[in-house]
Design a protein around this ligand. Structure first.
Ligand SMILES: [Zn+2]
Length: 288
C-alpha cells in the first residue's frame, strides 16, 4: 500500500465528479449560468469547508496505479483535509469513516486524475476551424488571425468553462495551459476545482490582451504574484516559442521565471518546419 501514498494530492474520478458538479459561474454572469452552480468549491467559505469535510468515494472499482497495479473491486477511497488517507474495500472503509460525506462513483472507475500536459483551453471554441494542416499554415494563416479577430476575455472565460467541463467528464483533473487573459483561465479553472499550471503567452507581436512585450511581462509579473500561493493553481512564465520570441526576450522570460521562482513553459521543436526555421536563424536546434 506504500505506493498509494503517491496518490495523495491527486484528484480521483469521484472528486472529479464533485468538481464537475461544482463548476461555478462567476457572479457577474447571467442568472441562467448562475443557476448551474450547485456546490461551490474553493474560493468561498462553503467551498473551503467542503474541502475539509471527510469524504468517502464508494460504489466503484478502484484502479490505484500503485507499483503493483492494485485494482480493488467494490473499493473506496477516503479523503480527509484534502488528502487521500485510505484506499481499500468499501465495506472496510465505510465502517471506519462512517460519518464521512459519501460520493458514489455509480459503478464507475475510481482512479487518479489524468493530466493534460499541453493546452490552450479556450481554443475549444475554435474546434473545427482549421484541421489537419501543417503547423505554420495552421498557426499563421488560420489561428493567429482568428485570435486577433475573436479573442477577448469573455471568449476566454466561456472557452475555459467548456474545456474544464469536457476535461472533467473525461477524467482530466489537471492541465498545463498557455494562452491570453490567463488570469481569467486561472479563475475559471479554480471555480471548477481543477488543478492547473497556467501561463500568460509572451509573444513578440501584439496579442488580444497585451499590445507590447513589456505590457505582457508586466501582466505576467502581476499574474504570477497573485496566484503563487494558491493550492491548486500554479502560475507560469510562458514565452510562446523560439520562432515567435526573440533570443533576448527568451532570456528575459527565463530570468523572470527564475526571479519569481515559478515554472516556465514553452513550445519547443513542434515540427520539422520549426526546427529548420530556428536552426537556419540561429545555428542551433530549438532544444540546443
Ligand atoms: Zn500549443
Amino acid at each position: 500500500m506504500g505506493g498509494l501514498r503517491d496518490l495523495a494530492g491527486l484528484l480521483l474520478v469521484g472528486l472529479m465528479l464533485t468538481g464537475l458538479m461544482a463548476c461555478q459561474a462567476p457572479t457577474t454572469d447571467s442568472p441562467t449560468t448562475e443557476s448551474v452552480a450547485e456546490a461551490p468549491v474553493d474560493g468561498t467559505a462553503a467551498g473551503q469547508q467542503a474541502a475539509q469535510e471527510p469524504l468517502l468515494i464508494t460504489d466503484g472499482t478502484v484502479v490505484t496505479m500503485d507499483a503493483v497495479d492494485t485494482i480493488i473491486e467494490d473499493g473506496a477511497v477516503a479523503v480527509v483535509n484534502g488528502k487521500i488517507v485510505a484506499v481499500g474495500p468499501a465495506s472496510e472503509l465505510a465502517a471506519k469513516y462512517a460519518s464521512a460525506r459519501r460520493v458514489s462513483a455509480d459503478g464507475g472507475i475510481i482512479m487518479p486524475g489524468l493530466i493534460n500536459t499541453h493546452t490552450h483551453v479556450p481554443m475549444v471554441l475554435f474546434r473545427g476551424l482549421a484541421d489537419d494542416l501543417k503547423l505554420m499554415d495552421w498557426l499563421e494563416n488560420h489561428i493567429f488571425p482568428a485570435e486577433a479577430k475573436h479573442v477577448d476575455e469573455e471568449f476566454v472565460r466561456w472557452g475555459t468553462r467548456l474545456a474544464c467541463l469536457e476535461m472533467l467528464r473525461g477524467g482530466t483533473t489537471t492541465f498545463v495551459d498557455m494562452y491570453f487573459f490567463e488570469d481569467a483561465i486561472a479563475e475559471e479553472a479554480d471555480r471548477c476545482g481543477m488543478r492547473a499550471i497556467v501561463g500568460e503567452s509572451l509573444i513578440d507581436f501584439p496579442t488580444p490582451d497585451n499590445k507590447t512585450w513589456d505590457a505582457a511581462v508586466a501582466y505576467t509579473r502581476d499574474f504570477v504574484t497573485r496566484w503563487q500561493d494558491h493550492p491548486r493553481i500554479t502560475p507560469a512564465v510562458a514565452p510562446h516559442a523560439p520562432y515567435t520570441v526573440s533570443a533576448d526576450h527568451l532570456k528575459e522570460a527565463h530570468a523572470l521565471a527564475t526571479e519569481l521562482d515559478t515554472p516556465m513553459v514553452i513550445h519547443l521543436a513542434e515540427d520539422r518546419a520549426e526546427i529548420e526555421r530556428v536552426t537556419k536563424a540561429t545555428g542551433y536546434s530549438p532544444v540546443n
